[in-house]
Design a protein around this ligand. Structure first.
Ligand code: FRU
Length: 588
């Protein structure tokens, strides 16, 4: 009798139909971890409620019982942190079934029918993208909502700088990798467009690059943008897609994947035109080395060579390579950018580089294998790659301004991560060495407001009457032999960033241990240190935005995130130098 009752009650629970929205959304709990939601696709969006600390649920979207899309999402258990939009436009008028399977960890907590998400899901004609974040940058690109990591497919065409990026449109934590898309005419004002490339049966869409196929060797159309990305599925393979409408929409090649190999980490293809053989080449990360492949039509690829074993830093996974054709003293030189995670000089992610030659088949490094060169000495400069087809022979790089050690935990929620300012790269000689120099792209200067000049003493100089988040400081000074100097930025709460030139060690350091919010990760409170020539005529350019400081010295750069509770509004020096400061407010 008791057993029969139990069965009836359980059946009643399992079959109970919870009407979340009459006729339009109905949830049916099939088991403790399995729920189906019926959705009449009558509106533009289905708003899905997210709780960041919830484990992921797998949502399969079914139309006529066929799977048409699938995604992972942290559906809210007991509170809604924010909503993300699921675009119903492609299914307009259809009756969809969301087949939702909760993660095991979640079912241990309680029966998922108790979760708040079922009653919070709603249809809506609009999704509000207006900013709600204090740490939203003013002049650095950040997605209007959701998660972003690596810059992808950066290509210049018809007056537009294209920025594609690793994007999760279903939450502000890494996952569901798509290529997001933004365009700019001046590298500073970005318009975010719709998702460019979405996951498919071959996998999610990992990092890659894009080029303009001027000679139509691919047959995809003259001047088509051809992108190559990693399909992250059962294993990592390389696929291509093309666009004939300025990157607004992409068609995936039916013969995908186009490059396969037996490597667990085999990704981030970066295409370049090789003038030696008049062919397209691709460089990609393969375990602890990079590989070069060649093609006449961007579809059929042949392996050519590898580089890396025994060279540089190997304390992490090699990712996101880029081969740059540059010049030094009028002669061709190549620079290989190589991102590594972990293994960076201050933990986690960083960009190293190798200077050398490329003969059309193979890269050789000018330095001894033991030499390690870092492109930026901060903690938040990763996945750095350059624009293809940039005008006027420029080599313009962009970095993801975060670090895998804490990227998912930084104190923002509507979006996570922004990019660095674009940087022009050049080679310089110093003490018989050849170094890669990053300079702020000149386009940044267009954001400058009326400058104010002052001499900096040990007394605190107030920067603005009303504190501002976005500004540039240019500090020029002469540093006598054996002298040290610190520049200290601080706010009314006593939070500060200390930047020090030290003669004995010939270094510049940035201490963000008391910079504001630092406790969200034990890896965040750090002092980063760059080797630099200290002494004589010095110039330090600092770019501040809501949550970042980028420092450019004579021969180094350093990019660090900071989360002050109010903007840093005073500057002083802790030394005896005569420092001339120019302060530019920056705005768009
Ligand atoms: C680098 C990286 C790439 C990969 C992508 C996935 O940050 O790990 O190697 O393609 O991110 O999002």
């Amino acid at each position: 009798m008791r057993i029969a009752q139990l069965i009836t009650t359980s059946l009643a629970i399992i079959c109970s139909v919870v009407a979340a929205r009459a006729q339009t959304l109905t949830a049916r709990h099939l088991s403790e971890t399995h729920t189906q939601v019926r959705v009449d696709a009558k509106d533009r969006f289905l708003l899905l409620p997210v709780q960041e600390t919830a484990p992921e649920a797998r949502v399969r979207v079914l139309s006529d019982l066929q799977e048409v899309q699938a995604l992972n999402i942290r559906l809210a258990i007991d509170k809604v942190d924010y909503f993300v939009p699921f675009d119903l436009t492609p299914y307009s008028g259809k009756n969809l079934l969301l087949d939702v399977v909760m993660n095991q960890g979640r079912s241990l907590r309680r029966n998922s029918s108790d979760d708040v998400c079922w009653n919070e899901m709603k249809l809506s004609p609009v999704f509000d993208r207006s900013n709600v974040e204090y740490y939203r940058p003013t002049y650095h690109f950040s997605p209007d909502y959701g998660w972003m990591n690596d810059p992808n497919g950066m290509v210049y065409k018809d007056g537009e700088w294209h920025l594609f990026f690793q994007y999760n449109p279903y939450g502000s934590i890494w996952g569901n990798m798509h290529w997001g898309h933004a365009v700019s005419k001046d590298l500073m004002h970005w318009e975010q467009l719709g998702v460019a490339i979405a996951p498919d049966a071959l996998g999610t869409i990992f990092s890659g690059s894009a080029v303009v196929d001027k000679d139509n060797v691919s047959g995809f159309g003259k001047d088509a943008i051809v992108a190559m990305y990693t399909s992250d599925g059962a294993n990592q393979t390389q696929s291509i897609a093309y666009s004939n409408d300025g990157g607004r929409s992409f068609t995936k090649y039916a013969g995908n994947p186009v490059i396969v190999a037996e490597h667990p980490d085999f990704r981030d293809p970066n295409l370049f035109w090789d003038h030696h053989t008049r062919q397209w080449k691709v460089i990609l990360a393969a375990g602890q080395e990079v590989q070069f492949w060649a093609s006449d039509n961007l579809k059929d690829w042949t392996y050519e060579s590898s580089f890396g074993t025994g060279y540089g830093n190997h304390n992490g996974v090699w990712e996101c390579p880029d081969l740059l054709k540059m010049s030094l003293d009028g002669k061709e030189k190549y620079v290989l950018l190589l991102n590594i995670n972990p293994g960076g000089p201050f933990g986690g992610s960083a960009t190293q580089y190798f200077v050398g030659q490329y003969d059309g088949h193979q890269f050789t490094c000018d330095d001894l294998p033991t030499v390690i060169r870092w492109m930026d000495y901060g903690m938040d400069h990763y996945a750095t790659v350059t624009w293809s087809n940039a005008p006027a022979g420029r080599t313009v790089a962009l970095a993801w301004m975060s670090n895998w050690q804490y990227a998912n935990a930084v104190p923002t929620q509507q979006f996570r991560s922004s990019n660095s300012i674009p940087r022009d790269l050049s080679l310089i000689r110093q003490d018989k060495e050849v170094l890669l120099k990053s300079s702020p792209a000149p386009e940044v200067e267009a954001l400058r407001g009326t400058p104010r000049q002052f001499k900096l003493s040990s007394a605190e100089e107030e920067l603005f009457d009303k504190p501002q988040k976005a500004y540039e400081l240019v500090i020029r000074f002469n540093l006598p032999k054996k002298e040290n100097v610190s520049f200290i930025l601080s706010n009314e709460s006593g939070e500060q960033v200390v930047m020090t030139y030290e003669t004995a060690s010939q270094t510049f350091s940035m201490d963000r241990r008391s910079s504001g919010r630092v406790s969200f990760s034990k890896f965040f409170p750090t002092v980063t240190v760059a080797p630099t020539r200290v002494g004589g005529k010095m110039e330090l350019r600092l770019f501040l935005d809501s949550a970042s400081i980028e420092a450019f010295g004579n021969d180094f750069c350093m990019t660090n995130l900071v989360f002050p509770t109010t903007p840093y509004n005073t500057l002083k020096q802790n030394g005896k130098v005569k420092a001339d400061v120019t302060l530019y407010p920056l705005s768009k």
